[in-house]
Design a protein around this ligand. Structure first.
Ligand SMILES: [Ca+2]
Ligand SMILES: [Ca+2]
Length: 176
């Protein structure tokens, strides 16, 4: 008995098409997923870069503020012709209100930053400024000296939450 074979034109094509659709969907999903991950990375990197730039600008502002404040003072304690790198009597480690020469800032450390009249600056929680002062060689400003060279280097280090953000340096010569 011959059984009539029925051909369903289009059925195989339809099945192929459905299979293809599933493959297409899977590939599309994969592409979208990859693009999404890439986009999130770009956005994340962008936020990180913005945050780093903002931190650097803040750190430079804080560093330059105290650096210019120190450099405008006299080379050594007014009235003296020789002195070490140190604070004089009555000048306190944690309060620079009456600092009157550049090396009074040596080993000054504060967090959060304060103004010269010892008022905490608002909006700088977690920030820290540290200052050191050294005599340096005229010919080589990176070379420190144990004796008075007539040239002092002031270094300000600014950190945020313990992380170094910037370092600024300035120089004060023994001239009126
Ligand atoms: Ca002094
Ligand atoms: Ca001093």
């Amino acid at each position: 008995m011959h059984r009539a074979r029925t051909n369903w034109p289009g059925t195989a094509r339809k099945l192929n098409r459905q299979g293809l659709n599933m493959v297409e969907v899977a590939i599309s999903s994969l592409i979208v997923g990859v693009m999404l991950v890439a986009s999130l990375r770009v956005v994340g990197q962008s936020f990180l870069t913005q945050r780093m730039n903002a931190d650097l600008a803040t750190a430079q502002f804080l560093a330059e503020g105290i650096l210019s404040e120190a450099l405008q003072l006299s080379y050594m304690e007014p009235g003296l012709t020789t002195s070490g790198i140190a604070r004089e009597t009555g000048e306190l480690a944690a309060n620079r209100t009456n600092y009157d020469d550049v090396d009074d800032y040596h080993n000054y450390n504060e967090s959060p930053p304060k103004s010269k009249d010892n008022v905490v600056l608002t909006g700088f929680t977690g920030w820290q400024r540290t200052v050191t002062v050294h005599w340096v060689n005229h010919a080589n400003l990176t070379q420190t000296s144990g004796t008075d060279t007539g040239f002092k280097r002031v270094t300000v280090v600014v950190r945020r939450n313990g992380t170094l953000i910037t370092t600024a340096r300035g120089f004060r010569g023994n001239a009126p």
